[in-house]
Write a protein that binds this ligand. Structure first.
Ligand code: CAA
Length: 284
C-alpha cells in the first residue's frame, strides 16, 4: 500500500465525522474540511462523543481517545487539503456540487493524491470526468454509522488504476472493514437492494397495509433487522433515500424504482428523519 500520512475528509456531517474518526483511530493524521465553522464544531463534538462510547465500554483508553482527537485538524479552507495523500469526500449527494468540488481538488492536491468519494449512488465515472486524474478517482462507500458498521463498498470507475484500488482496499481493511467491490452502476450493491426495499415499505404504509409500528416490528422480529426499515429510513435521512431512489429510477429507467408518493410528500414537508426532529417518527 502506498504510504498514507494524511487523509483529507470533506464534509463534517454524520458520514464525514465517522470517516475522520476511523482514520484517526488508525493513527493517520486527518484534515477535516467543511464550509461551515458551526458544522465543523458539531462534527468534532460527534467524534468526541463517539470516542467516549468506546472509552465507556473499555475498548479505548481515555488517553488513546485524546490522542485520536488530537490527530484531527479541522478547517474551512479547502487549500489545507494540499497535504493529503488520500481525500475522502462526504459532502451532499448532489452530482453537480460534487463535480465542482472534484475539479477544484484536482487543482489543489498533490499529483499522487487519490480522490475517493463516499457517494452512495452517484456515478464514479462522472465524478472522475470532472478531473484530470480519472485513474486516481474511486468510490469508497461507508455505511452509517461508520465507526460501527463493518462494510466498505469500493466502486471502480472505468479508468481507476489497479494500484489505486489496492491502496483504498488496504486502507479500508486498516480501518477494520470488510470490502466488497461493485461496478459503477446506480446504487452500487447495497443501495440497489436496500433502497427499493425501503421504497416498498413506504408503499406498504401509503396503501394502508399496516401501521408504521407493525411494519417495523415485522421486519425487526420477522427478519432480524437491527432497526425497522422506516426507523432506518429516518436514520439515513428521508431526503437521502429519495435522492437515491431518483438516481435508481433515472439511471435504470424502470417504473419499479419510481419513488413512493408518501416518501416524496414527507421530504417536501421537511420531514427528513432524525436530523430534522421528524420523519416517519417524531424525535422531540
Ligand atoms: N459511535 C460509537 N458507537 C456507537 C455509535 C457511534 N456513532 N452508534 C452506535 N454505537 C454503539 C453503541 O455504543 C452500542 O454499543 P454496545 O452494544 O457495545 O453497547 C451499539 O453501537 C448499539 O448502539 P445503541 O445501543 O445506541 O443502539 P442500537 O442497538 O439501536 O444500535 C445501530 C444502533 C448500530 C445504528 C443499529 O441500530 C444498527 O445497526 N442499525 C442498522 C444500521 C444500518 O443498517 N446502517 C446502514 C444504513 S445504509 C447506509 O448507510 C448506506 C447509504 O448509503 C444510505
Amino acid at each position: 500500500m502506498a504510504d498514507i500520512k494524511v487523509i483529507g475528509v470533506l464534509g463534517s456531517g454524520q458520514m464525514g465525522l465517522g470517516i475522520a474518526q476511523l482514520a484517526a483511530v488508525a493513527g493517520i493524521s486527518v484534515v477535516l474540511v467543511d464550509s461551515s465553522d458551526s458544522a465543523l464544531q458539531k462534527g468534532m463534538q460527534g467524534i468526541r462523543s463517539s470516542l467516549q462510547r468506546f472509552v465507556k465500554k473499555g475498548e479505548l483508553t481515555q488517553e488513546a481517545a485524546n490522542d485520536t482527537l488530537a490527530k484531527v485538524k479541522h478547517t474551512t479552507s479547502l487549500k489545507e487539503m494540499s497535504s493529503a495523500d488520500v481525500i475522502i469526500e462526504a459532502i451532499v449527494e448532489n452530482e453537480d456540487v460534487k463535480k465542482h468540488l472534484f475539479s477544484e481538488l484536482d487543482r489543489i492536491v498533490k499529483p499522487h493524491t487519490i480522490l475517493a468519494s463516499n457517494t452512495s449512488s452517484i456515478s464514479i465515472n462522472r465524478l472522475a470526468s470532472a478531473t484530470r486524474r480519472p485513474h486516481q478517482v474511486i468510490g469508497m462507500h461507508f455505511m452509517n454509522p461508520p465507526p460501527i458498521m463493518k462494510l466498505v463498498e469500493i466502486v471502480r470507475g472505468s479508468a481507476t488504476a489497479d494500484g489505486v484500488f489496492a491502496t483504498i482496499k488496504a486502507l479500508a481493511e486498516r480501518f477494520g472493514k470488510t470490502v466488497i467491490r461493485s461496478q459503477d452502476y446506480p446504487g452500487f450493491i447495497v443501495n440497489r437492494i436496500l433502497m427499493p426495499m425501503i421504497n416498498e415499505v413506504f408503499y406498504t404504509l401509503y396503501t394502508g397495509v399496516a401501521t408504521k409500528e407493525d411494519i417495523d416490528c415485522g421486519m425487526k422480529l420477522g427478519t432480524s433487522h437491527p432497526m425497522g426499515p422506516l426507523e432506518l429510513a429516518d436514520f439515513i435521512g428521508l431526503d437521502v433515500c429519495l435522492s437515491i431512489m431518483k438516481i435508481l429510477h433515472h439511471g435504470l429507467g424502470e417504473s419499479k424504482y419510481s419513488p413512493c408518493p408518501l416518501l416524496v410528500q414527507y421530504v417536501d414537508a421537511g420531514y427528513l428523519g432524525r436530523k430534522s426532529g421528524k420523519g416517519v417518527y417524531s424525535y422531540h
